[in-house]
Design a protein around this ligand. Sequence first.
Ligand code: ADP
Ligand code: AMP
Length: 222
Amino acid sequence: MGDFIVLLGPPGAGKGTQAQRLAQSLGMAHISSGDLFREHLKAQTELGKLAQSYMNRGELVPDDVTIAMVRERVGRPDCARGAILDGFPRTPAQAAALDEMLAELSGRVVSVPLIQVPAEVLIERLGGRWTCRAQGHVYHAKYNPPRVPGVCDIDGSELYQREDDLPATVARRIQVYLEQTAPLVDYYRQKGLLVEIDGTQPIEEVSARLLEAVEKARKAQS
Ligand code: ADP
Ligand code: AMP
C-alpha cells in the first residue's frame, strides 16, 4: 500500500524545496502539479496552452483537467510505494478526487504537513526564486544560491525567473491560496492528518522537522 504525503502551504512556503529533499530521504516519488503543467507548457501540448492562460494570471487551472493529469501520474509504477504531493490538492474538489484515486490504488494519505510562512516572507522568497529549466530545481538568490550564478547545481541547466513570480501575480496567488486552498487545512485537520511546521526556519531545519513528523505519522499508522 502506497503512503502519500500532501504538502500544504502558500506559494513560496518551500513545498517544492522540501518535497524534493523528503522524496530523496524516503525514496519516494515527488509529484508537483505545477511542474507537470510547466512540462506541458514547454512541450506546447493543448493542456499546456490551456494551463498557461491561468498560470500567468495566478489563477488555478480548472479542477477537471488538473485532476485528470494527476490521476494519470499517480497511477504510474514509481508511485506504487507512495509519493510526496506538492501543489495538489489545491481545492476541496481536488482533495475529494485524491481520496477516490488513492482508494482505487489501495493507497492512503498518511500525513499532511502545513508549511507556515507569513505573507511578507513569501513575497521576498518568490522575488528571489530562480528555477531550473530542465527539472524545476529551485534556488534563492540570497537563501539558497547556486554554486555558479544562473546554473543549476544538479543538472547544469539554465536558471530562470518564473513569470508568475512577478509581484502583482504573487499577490493574486496568495489571495487564491487563502480563498480556495486554505479550506483544506480544516479538511485534513478533521481527519487527524494535519501537522503544522514552522517554515520560517532555515531549509535544513524545516527538513528535519518534516521528516520527524512524517516518520511519526507512518509509525502510528503501520
Ligand atoms: P513553493 O514550492 O512552496 O512555492 P519553493 O520551494 O519554490 O516554494 O520556495 C520558494 C523560494 O524560497 C525558493 O527560492 C527557495 O529557494 C526559497 N526557500 C525555500 N525554503 C526556504 C527556507 N526555509 N528559508 C529561506 N528560503 C527558502
Ligand atoms: P506552483 O508551481 O505550485 O506554484 O503552481 C504554479 C501554477 O500552476 C499555479 O499558480 C496554478 O496556476 C497552476 N497549478 C498548479 N497546481 C495546481 C492545482 N493543483 N490546481 C490548479 N492549478 C494548479
